[in-house]
Design a protein around this ligand. Sequence first.
Ligand code: NAD
Ligand code: MG
Length: 392
Amino acid sequence: MSPRTATSHRRISILGATGSIGVNTLDVIRHMGGREAFDVVAVTGSANATLLARQAREAGAQIAVTADERLYGQLKDLLAGSGIEAAAGREALIEAAAIPADITMAAIVGMAGLEPTLAAVANGGTIALANKECLVSAGGLFIDAVHGAGGTLLPVDSEHNAIFQVLEADRKQAVERVILTASGGPFRTFSREQMESVTVETARAHPNWSMGLKISIDSASMFNKALEMIEARYLFDLAPGQIEVIVHPQSIVHSMVGYRDGSILAQLGPSDMRTAIGYCLGWPFRPDLPVERLDFAKLARLEFEAPDQARFPALRLARQALEAGGLSGAVLNGAKETALDAFIAGRAGFLEMAEMVERVMDQMADLPEARTLDDVIAADGEARKRAAAMIP
Ligand code: NAD
Ligand code: MG
């Protein structure tokens, strides 16, 4: 990374600007000096052209892109007279991601984020990575692409951002394990019987964090933690046995690193993604942010408990994928995205999601290592097809 001061001007693109992370990113940019500090290059969205156009105008973006081709006319009209270019469609999205920027916030949800993020990676700039699916599906290939382009990868996901904050890079040899914290979600204390009939509305109601629909439901099933275990493996180059999960209902300790001398370093904070986003946007400087300050007297206690693998089989499936390596992450994620869409559409039960993923993983257990992005896309597509065939 080139040397800079805390106040130097930088170009930034926000992929998935209209989502939960995207909206928070634009807020952090405002608190970090807005147009005085950042030139916004591209903002992208999919369904909500009105919000996207408003964001583009407010931030003074160069280009706004919706992934949905049908929204081109609407977006163009909304941007008329602003001097901001409007574009639409998957190809336009990937082209916009490829426009040189010093930093790219990669916050598209799901496997749909992989190719646009890789287009940004090729520029060799800094990637603030919220989209965990890039690492779950493409793993080592994604890391190699970042290194190959001479870029810098900074984790936005709160657990991985916490680990990054307390990982003493020059003492990597001394790291024994990382401990990912999990809130346990809305069904932490539910019985398996109760979990069988939960609805999308109850599953999306996260006790601590306000997030997009899909990651909220993934938190309820703990598939989110499953993805994060695989994400941690590639981000920090860990062996599967070095990755642990502990349930921590208060979501105050965002994750921990255990060292060989018995020390544990943790990062704590309120459940507000702006801290992790700001850490990435300011790195290596910490910005001033108006997030809530922790009051330990009011918190009173922090609790920890072992996760229940019987009610949350996603954790066991992640362990299986970690041990198998290679394309098993792409298979797990592809099947999971299909199962999740089915649950959201009312076509699969909550516990059926993990059953579907497990069956697809069993069917596709003997895959070779991925050598190219096409291998990843093929495994993802096959996993989706097999999962879809299980939906009545
Ligand atoms: P979200 O659903 O709120 O927003 C998703 C964004 O992606 C939107 O801008 C949407 O328009 C865009 N998008 C959706 N489908 C698309 C497609 N097919 N093509 C192009 N763009 C598309 O999601 P979010 O909660 O902001 O999460 C974004 C990513 O960050 C996810 O990978 C999630 O796992 C990760 N993440 C989110 C949080 C959080 O607090 N929200 C925390 C950690 C990690
Ligand atoms: Mg997380």
